[in-house]
Ligand binder design. Structure first.
Ligand SMILES: [Cu+2]
Length: 163
């Protein structure tokens, strides 16, 4: 016979409840992606320092042609540049990527720290961890994708006092 005592039943309920809580938090933290027929964009996130920031995400080309990201725009940010980091005489330097970046069919391009990133200049308003900022990613052939960058790290000389 397969029977539960009340006590065992409570334990099972407790475990099930915890699994649900875990799933809820995992999905709210990580389920953050955007796609259309051509691209899949995963987890755009950003760091902010005063009114500047850097944005990261991964970009998969699902289509059977090359795609090219050429720019980004936001109503909350004065200007956005695509940057890369290159090593020059053992020194890491940021460079603006003027002509965009081509992603071949089936490939994934990672925008990540010490590599490609979006550079945000003139972020308007105050943001805190987990706030979202609307940004449009602009591709060749008039493809535009609206995404939200999740604020991960905020540093401000006015508000952080690390004595
Ligand atoms: Cu940069």
């Amino acid at each position: 016979m397969f029977t539960f005592t009340i006590n065992e039943m409570e334990k099972v309920m407790y475990i099930i409840r915890n699994i649900f809580i875990l799933l809820f938090f995992c999905s709210s933290l990580y389920a953050h992606d955007y796609e259309n027929d051509s691209v899949f964009i995963d987890h755009p996130w950003m760091k902010i320092f005063e009114n500047r920031g850097a944005g990261y995400f991964s970009l998969k080309n699902k289509s059977n042609q090359d795609i090219k990201i050429i720019a980004a725009k936001s109503n909350s940010i004065k200007s956005i540049e695509i940057h890369n980091i290159i090593l020059e005489n053992d020194v890491m330097k940021m460079r603006a990527v003027k002509d965009g970046i081509t992603i071949p069919s089936g490939n994934t391009l990672e925008f990540k720290p010490k590599s490609y990133h979006l550079m945000f200049f003139g972020i308007e308003g105050m943001y805190h961890k987990d706030n979202m900022i609307d940004v449009q990613l602009i591709f060749e052939n008039n493809m535009v994708i609206d995404v939200k960058f999740k604020v991960d790290d905020v540093k401000s000389s006015k508000h952080d006092h690390n004595h």
